[in-house]
Structure formats: C-alpha cells, structure tokens
Design a protein around this ligand. Structure first.
Ligand code: ADP
Ligand code: MG
Length: 262
C-alpha cells in the first residue's frame, strides 16, 4: 500500500499545484500508480490536468462531505497516466460544513481507506490556508511536502505550518512527518534566493530536497493546455527538474516505509 503526501504551504502562489501535478506525472512516468487529489476549491490542479471543473458529477467535495465513495469521484484524464480526484468551488462549502460533522478531521482519511491500496503514491494538493481541508489532508497523510519560494517572506508562516503539523502528529496522526521542503521557482542568479536557500538548508538540514525547481516558462504554460509539463515539453528544464525531484521522493518514500517496518 502506498503512502499519502500532502503538498501544503498556507502561502498562495508558492508552487503547490505545479508541484503536485508535475510530481504526479513524473511518478507515473516512473511506472508508479498515482492518484492526485485536488483539495483546493480553486480547482487549479483539476484544470491543470485537463478536466473541466464546471461539469463534475462527483468531486472531492462529495467524498469529504457525503457518503459518496472515493472511487466514484476518481477519473483518468485521456492524455495522462495517473488518476485524479477533481475539485471545484463546491468545496468552499466544505470548509464551513466540516465544522459540524462527526470525525471532522478524519473525513478524508476514512474515505480513502478502501482506495489507498490501489496506488503507490497519493498526492494531495492543499488550499492556501491551514483550514479544516488542510487538516483533513494532514490527518490522512504519511508525509508533508512543502513548496517554498526562496524570497524574503518565505520563512514567515512556516513556523505556524510546522506547529500545525506537530499538533496533528500529537493528536491525530502519530506517523505524520515532514518529508521535504521543495525550493520552487528558483533563480540561481538572484542573490536573495541563494541566501534564503542557504538559510533553509541551515535550519532544516536534510529535509530540504536536493533537486531544485527552476523558474521555467514551460511550467507556467503547461496548465493552460491542461497538461503536466512532461506531456507538454518533456525536454524543458522544468520537466527534468520534476523528474529528478520525483526520483528523490521515491528514495525518501522507500526509506520511510522501511523504517516503519513496511
Ligand atoms: P500555489 O498552488 O502554491 O498557489 P501554483 O503552483 O499555482 O502555486 O503557482 C503559482 C503560479 O506560478 C502559477 O501561475 C504557476 O504556473 C507559476 N509557477 C509555479 N512554479 C513555477 C516555476 N517553477 N516556473 C515558472 N512559473 C511557475
Ligand atoms: Mg494551488
């Protein structure tokens, strides 16, 4: 049975969705069975996978809020080699409705129980907040992937994310771990980016992934074609970087699974 990873950072625009979609595609390219779960009401990962978010019969909203089965919300987009549980603005209502349901922090974990075993990797694209949806993703996950844009305010907010992770680890999910920090949209010619990158490494040491995601226009263009960058321009620097990151993630995943005795 595969591990579940939450891709999260409550800051918007740091590369969560780009990382989720392109890691999913890269892992699938390595022949892994992958499910991407869109848990952001903006539905950017859904659109980025070529799915029309206005015409969903089932979505992550139904899975989290109703008795609807996860498998009924999962689709395989034509041109892709991984599965997607899409989302749209319906999910906005879940933020509030979740406050009133039983086991409100465990809804996603429970909904995935029977589906998990079909996959090697499940990646959850989180909304830009530490809301009940993000809490659901963290309770369901084994690892957390944190995309970080190396700029002045990058470290701000990171401590509240780490506190949330620690709290969930103590209360609801003892196995939860930060698997790695991903440096995104990196510009090696920028002094500040290099400085922040060094700070991250000093502070988080081995947690920072060695693979760096460069700023690459192909990565920004691909979603408008409804495709991961691997399908859009396989030779681009962005595609190569996400392949390298996926291979690093597979190594960390294997280590974590071995350490857990699985
Ligand atoms: P988030 O999900 O954290 O809000 P996104 O993944 O949507 O962030 O990225 C924010 C914007 O930056 C998007 O327009 C996306 O296409 C662009 N972007 C993300 N990563 C890169 C990159 N490495 N190079 C260039 N543009 C990027
Ligand atoms: Mg996003």
């Amino acid at each position: 049975m595969g591990n579940i990873y939450a891709v999260t950072n409550q800051k918007g625009g740091v590369g969560k969705t780009t990382s989720t979609v392109n890691l999913a595609a890269a892992l699938a390219d390595y022949r892994k069975k992958v499910l991407l779960i869109d848990l952001d009401p903006q539905g950017n990962a859904t659109t980025g996978c070529g799915i029309d978010k206005e015409n969903l019969s089932n979505s992550s909203y139904e899975v989290v809020m109703t008795e609807s089965k996860a498998v009924d919300a999962i689709v395989r987009p034509d041109e892709l080699s991984f599965d997607v549980m899409p989302a749209n603005t319906d999910l906005t209502a879940a933020e509030v409705q979740l406050l009133d349901v039983k086991l409100r922090e465990h809804r996603l974990r429970l909904a995935l129980e029977s589906t998990r075993e079909k996959y090697d990797f499940i990646l959850i694209d989180c909304p830009p907040s530490l809301s009940m949806l993000t809490v659901n993703a963290l309770v369901a996950s084994r690892g957390v992937l944190i995309p970080i844009q190396c700029e002045y305010y990058a470290l701000e907010g990171l401590s509240s994310l780490l506190k949330t992770i620690e709290r969930i680890k103590q209360r609801a999910n003892p196995n939860l771990e930060v698997t790695g920090l991903i440096r995104t949209m990196f510009d090696a010619r920028n002094n500040l980016a290099n400085q922040v990158s060094r700070q991250l490494i000093n502070h988080f040491q081995g947690k920072v992934f060695h693979s760096i995601i460069p700023r690459n226009v192909r990565l920004a263009e691909a979603p408008s074609h409804g495709l991961p960058v691997l399908n859009y321009d396989r030779a681009s620097r962005g595609a190569i970087a996400y392949m390298a990151l996926a291979s690093e993630l597979m190594r960390r995943d294997k280590k974590a699974t071995e350490a857990a005795g699985g």
